[in-house]
Design a protein around this ligand. Sequence first.
Ligand code: IMP
Ligand code: MG
Length: 180
Amino acid sequence: MHKDVERILFTEEQLSEAVKTVGKKITEDYAGKTPLLVGILKGSVVFMTDLMRAIDLECEIDFMVAKSYGSSAKSTGNVKILKDLDTDISEKDIILVEDILDTARTLTAVKKYLLGKNPASVRICALLDKVTAEKAGDAKADYKCFDVENEFLVGYGLDYAESYRNLPYIGVLKHEVYEK
Ligand code: IMP
Ligand code: MG
């Protein structure tokens, strides 16, 4: 285990199993359709690569950069779209793929923005949902792998100040790392 990690919350095996279950659900729900998976960079990359392979349908992928966090562990309240989609999404079935729903500010803003482009549908698939967090937006996860408590998590794509994304598990970051 990494020296900055207090404890492991989800192991590689638990993550793999949960992602496969969600992939199967999406496969059933979108039968006959060609969903466009839109990953929110960078936190969603690891989840995205596993999720897309767990979906047994024709599908497309794209990525957006939308940020509500700087290098601090608290939300700044700013959401900016720094990289937009490459293709026209009118009539497309969009699945927004996100690492974690915290205040939901980011995805509420992104979903609203995408709905303005006339897609057939927009749903949210989040790896984690901080259910006890204070919500600033009304976006909800249509699909999720796990509910989590209000702790700062890293690994499997999730970062603190751009580090720890490559940990294969999800762990709770030690307080002393961000409370200096
Ligand atoms: P929201 O707009 O407050 O829902 O923020 C969502 C974004 O904040 C996520 O996509 C993450 O990048 C980041 N975030 C929120 N909680 C955590 C955490 O526990 N660890 C790492 N990043 C987090
Ligand atoms: Mg982040």
